[in-house]
Write a protein that binds this ligand. Structure first.
Ligand code: C2E
Ligand code: MG
Ligand code: MG
Ligand code: MG
Length: 289
């Protein structure tokens, strides 16, 4: 009777599973191909200091280019982590960022800091620290220009190796941010123990600051950050109300479509000038004359 009762639903279930498996296999094949051919692209989103309002850093965000379309990281980062492909992708991102920092020398973006997302899987590997040092040295990049963003949930139970690595990175002059803060239940104990410079409040909380419940949560994170001497960055700021709210409460930096969406390096100076967020070279000359 199982056969008779369940046939329709069995077929439905099996089709759904089949779809899922196929999509996964497709994504994995596409990822492997992309890693072989370096078919990735970096976009950069400004991180804006609120007082005075100006760009202090840009976050590098990876996209996959397949034929003529760009594929968002939400569609491939998870599978990249499960397959370990995130490690070569991560190195591609880091090297690309070093190249970009080198290219920005002498332009209006000279000296800008870059934050980049690194997977805990990559940091956990023992070659991470020496390889990163070797790369930044090869490109003549000051570690102070690089902040590594680690997703809070991936550090919920940091292994001793990760702590050692983070301390080495810190000593070398890199800074560290906890990304998607508030979504990962980190213990206050290791917030103090690990060399974390910055808390990036997850955008799901920023979306809720208009409600009294939502406001309480973000106020608590701001207070925590202040008490621990961390810089606090709000992610996903989309409205003027959210920005004004954050500004009034002394949030250090904000990021979001309202301020400036991610752009390729080539378009960044124009995007920044359009948003009025940068003291551009021409403006400086204009005001000087
Ligand atoms: P994330 O690190 O939290 O990055 C912020 C994400 O929010 C980016 O999505 C950005 O485009 C998006 N965003 C910025 N402002 C707004 C806004 O105002 N509203 C909304 N709704 N979204 C906004 P993106 O580029 O699609 O990246 C998604 C996630 O993928 C990132 O979240 C990060 O965790 C991961 N990711 C991106 N690039 C890399 C990478 O190079 N390596 C690793 N390991 N992960 C990456
Ligand atoms: Mg990030
Ligand atoms: Mg991230
Ligand atoms: Mg985030």
């Amino acid at each position: 009777e199982v056969k008779r009762d369940g046939k329709g639903s069995y077929r439905f279930f099996s089709q759904a599973m089949h779809e899922q498996v196929r999509e996964r296999t497709d994504t994995e094949a596409m990822l492997r191909q992309a890693v072989r051919t370096n078919a990735f692209e970096l976009h950069y989103q400004p991180r804006v200091l609120l007082l005075p309002r100006r760009v202090v850093a840009v976050e590098a965000l990876v996209r996959l280019r397949s034929a003529d379309i760009l594929i968002a990281p939400s569609r491939f980062i998870r599978i990249a982590e499960e397959t370990g492909l995130i490690v070569p992708i991560g190195w591609w991102v880091i090297e690309q960022v070093c190249r970009q920092l080198q290219q920005w020398k002498g332009t209006i973006l000279d000296g800008v800091r870059v934050s980049l997302n690194v997977s805990a899987m990559q940091i956990r590997r023992s070659d991470f620290y020496p390889a990163l040092r070797a790369l930044t040295e090869r490109y003549g990049i000051d570690p102070a220009q690089i902040e590594l963003e680690i997703t809070e949930s991936s550090l919920v139970e940091p292994e001793p190796g990760v702590a050692v690595c983070l301390n080495l990175l810190k000593e070398a002059g890199f800074s560290m941010a906890l990304d998607d803060f508030g979504t990962g239940y980190s213990s206050f104990a290791y917030l103090n123990r690990l060399p974390i410079d910055t808390l990036k409040i997850d955008r799901s909380f920023i979306r809720e600051v208009g409600s009294s419940q939502g406001a309480v949560v973000v106020e608590a994170i701001l207070a925590l950050g202040r008490a621990l001497g961390k810089k606090v960055v709000a992610e996903g700021v989309e409205t003027r109300e959210q920005l004004a709210w954050l500004e009034a409460r002394g949030c250090d930096e904000a990021q979001g479509f309202l301020l400036c969406p991610p752009a390729v390096a080539q378009d960044l100076p124009r995007a920044l000038a359009a948003s009025g967020l940068i003291r551009t070279e021409p403006e400086r000359r204009r005001s000087a004359s």
